[in-house]
Design a binder for this molecule. Structure first.
Ligand code: ADP
Ligand code: ADP
Length: 228
């Protein structure tokens, strides 16, 4: 579903963030990218939705070379969740969640019904929370809205950059559990960046262990931990 073919990214100042990276992620597979800060995880992910362009190499999504796909169309097929979820402060939770479906022309009632479904899926009762504003939610609840919003238009691919990084450990574990339940139901192809090896092991079907612009190991959690 996602394939990197000898991808290198050098920034304007000469920093090589990603160096000759090749890997493949299967349909419905959840791959966690783990490693210390500054080793190229975010750069890798942002190249998938063309927020960053590679210096060389090619990236394929669903068999298509994404350099030939209109970025706006590409991003409709790719949900994106970041640590500081940029929810619209003056829109309700339900309207925030319905943003993308509304943008791509779904009927308002259909978009809202879909948004309610997704809020339910991430563990927020739409009746209780749908009409609230982001500031009336806890950090963990906001993060859930971010996930619901990213999934609302039903993209086959989901990119998540430290999605559970901004909440305390107890809430993080809850969110991880709920995310795993949700993923079992929807089976998206997911790239999830974390610097927390425990999270990488807990969530990943496979783990890409980064060091300095390269993937040093790409294997199942058991193999990465050295247990068969
Ligand atoms: P994180 O490690 O959580 O991704 P960073 O602080 O590394 O956060 O990066 C935040 C933003 O700053 C990103 O958009 C990244 O592309 C940008 N950035 C990171 N390092 C540099 C740098 N050396 N020069 C310019 N921009 C940078
Ligand atoms: P990670 O997500 O693993 O923390 P990043 O992909 O954000 O790593 O960054 C990889 C390297 O690229 C770091 O050395 C970072 O400082 C550098 N970098 C990131 N964004 C930029 C940028 N816009 N300009 C220059 N260097 C950058």
């Amino acid at each position: 579903m996602i394939r990197f073919d000898q991808v290198t990214k050098r920034y304007a100042d000469g920093t090589t963030a990603v160096d000759d990276l090749s890997f493949e992620v299967g349909e419905g597979e959840l791959v966690t990218l783990v490693g210390p800060s500054g080793c190229g995880k975010t750069t890798t992910m942002m190249m998938v939705n063309r927020l960053i362009e590679p210096t060389s190499g090619r990236i394929f999504v669903d068999g298509e070379d994404i350099s030939k796909v209109d970025p706006v169309k590409l991003r409709r097929r790719i949900g994106y969740v970041i640590q500081q979820v940029g929810l619209f402060p003056h829109r309700t939770v339900l309207d925030n969640t319905a943003t993308v479906p509304a943008l791509i022309g779904w009927k308002k009632s259909t978009a809202r019904a879909r948004a309610a479904e997704l809020l339910d899926l991430v563990g927020l009762d739409p009746k209780q929370y749908g009409s609230r504003y982001p500031e009336q939610l806890s950090g963990g609840q906001r993060q859930r809205v971010g996930v619901a919003r990213a999934l609302a238009a039903d993209p086959p691919v989901l990119l998540m950059d430290e999605p559970f990084g901004a909440v305390d450990p107890v809430v993080r574990e809850q969110l991880q559990d709920e995310f795993l339940r949700m993923q079992a139901a929807v089976r998206k192809t997911v790239l999830l960046v974390t610097h927390d090896i425990e999270e990488a092991v807990r969530l990943g079907d496979r783990i890409a262990v980064y060091g300095e612009g390269r993937i040093e190991q790409f294997d199942t959690p058991g193999a990465v931990l050295g247990t068969p």
